[in-house]
Design a protein around this ligand. Structure first.
Ligand code: CA
Length: 386
């Protein structure tokens, strides 16, 4: 039996955190109320009466109902927001199963149909080409490096600069960590094997494989297995062992390649700026800090799920073959990526600013990763003692 995400354990751990956080926020709430007593007025809720203290906000995410980790983390967010606000903020969560638009979160929040959304920014390159830079980028930062860039290297400010014109404010939503390179029906032995290959791969990675002759497409989570099984696509990438194993891809595409295109993909919470402007300060603080904590929880949950399911893959599915792409494939993909980045930098000033910011932070952060984690791992593997 496939061991899934240990949600109950996470919830239990979160409960302790909530007690601590709630105490702090209660003080914040009391302080805010004593200053302006604005709490009587509802915030952005569309269905609030003037006398109610309760704030109701609508949230849409882009995953099927109850989808492990990605969808569950949104339910946990709603629970955390309720606990931290002493029940005064209620988030009504709709999944893609309800609203029927897995890639509609950007427009939902931009137009105010929903106050909040949770999704991946790189699904919206068609809405704004600069949205591609804020999930993960091929050959770029790992999860730890990129999270530091978002919070301490100007990344979140740049993301908000891009989304401001769409009436959206952002907060991190959780990182998948290193993503795998995907599931392939046939072994990839050289760059020629990618020529004409139909692959589900979103974001900048999709552009990169198009640059070497493959045909990228994007397909929502709920339709992935069917597309691969029926041969609509030849290959796909989704996330990593933690989320991929339960999808059953190994049954129809046994070659599982290691990653290059999404070394640390961040989901984001989208907040409609008009909705946020109507809220009292304490409520904004609850929403933002609960998102930040949820992002941390989702990141650790994904790491744990990857750990559990990789073990299961190796023990129970010997037909599943984990491979690295040949050097000539990685070299060609990297060259394609470099050409695209040059084109993007010429396209707009903001694209140039973002790409340069990412590159500068990558260089600095990677120095530490090399001296820290990589040197440690190298020392372990070089040791002559098991
Ligand atoms: Ca992916």
């Amino acid at each position: 039996m496939i061991q899934n995400f240990k949600r109950k354990t996470l919830i239990s751990n979160m409960a302790t955190l909530r007690v601590v956080l709630f105490t702090g926020f209660l003080l914040l709430v009391l302080s805010a109320c004593s200053q302006d007593c604005d709490c009587e007025t509802p915030g952005a809720a569309s269905n609030q009466g003037n006398t109610s203290e309760k704030i109701t906000l609508r949230l849409a995410h882009g995953w099927p109902k109850g989808y492990p980790i990605f969808g569950e983390s949104v339910d946990d967010y709603a629970e955390l927001v309720s606990a931290m606000s002493d029940g005064r903020i209620e988030l009504k969560v709709d999944s893609a199963t309800k609203h029927k638009s897995a890639f509609g979160i950007f427009d939902f929040v931009k137009r105010g149909q929903y106050d909040i959304g949770q999704t991946a920014s790189y699904y919206y390159g068609g809405k704004d080409p600069d949205a591609l830079f804020f999930s993960s980028m091929p050959f770029s930062m790992t999860a730890a490096e990129q999270t530091a860039w978002f919070y301490h290297g100007g990344g979140l400010e740049l993301a908000n600069k891009v989304y401001e014109k769409h009436n959206i404010q952002l907060m991190l939503g959780g990182n998948t960590g290193m993503q795998m390179g995907g599931w392939f029906r046939k072994e990839i032995n050289s760059i020629e094997d990618l020529d004409g290959l139909k692959m589900r791969i979103p974001g900048f990675g999709g552009k990169v494989i198009a640059g070497v002759g493959a045909q990228p497409t994007n397909i929502p989570a709920g339709e992935l297995y069917q597309a691969l099984e029926r041969g609509t696509i030849d290959a796909l990438e989704w996330v990593g062992p933690g989320l991929d194993l339960r999808m059953g891809f190994h049954k129809v595409a046994p070659y599982y390649y290691t990653g290059w295109h999404e070394p640390g993909t961040e989901l984001l919470y989208f907040f409609n700026k008009d909705s946020m402007a109507k809220l009292p300060e304490w409520a904004k603080a609850v929403l933002m800090n609960a998102a930040r904590l949820t992002a941390y929880n989702m990141s650790t949950a994904t790491f744990a799920a990857n750990t559990d399911n990789l073990e299961i893959m190796q023990d129970q599915f010997p037909e599943l073959k984990i491979r690295k792409f040949p050097v000539d494939v990685i070299t060609a993909l990297k060259a394609s990526n470099d050409r695209l980045l040059e084109e993007e930098m010429a396209r707009s000033d903001i694209a140039k600013e973002i790409i340069e910011s990412r590159a500068a932070y990558l260089k600095k952060a990677r120095d530490w990763t090399e001296v820290g984690v990589k040197a440690y791992l190298d020392s372990m593997s070089e040791s002559t003692v098991d």
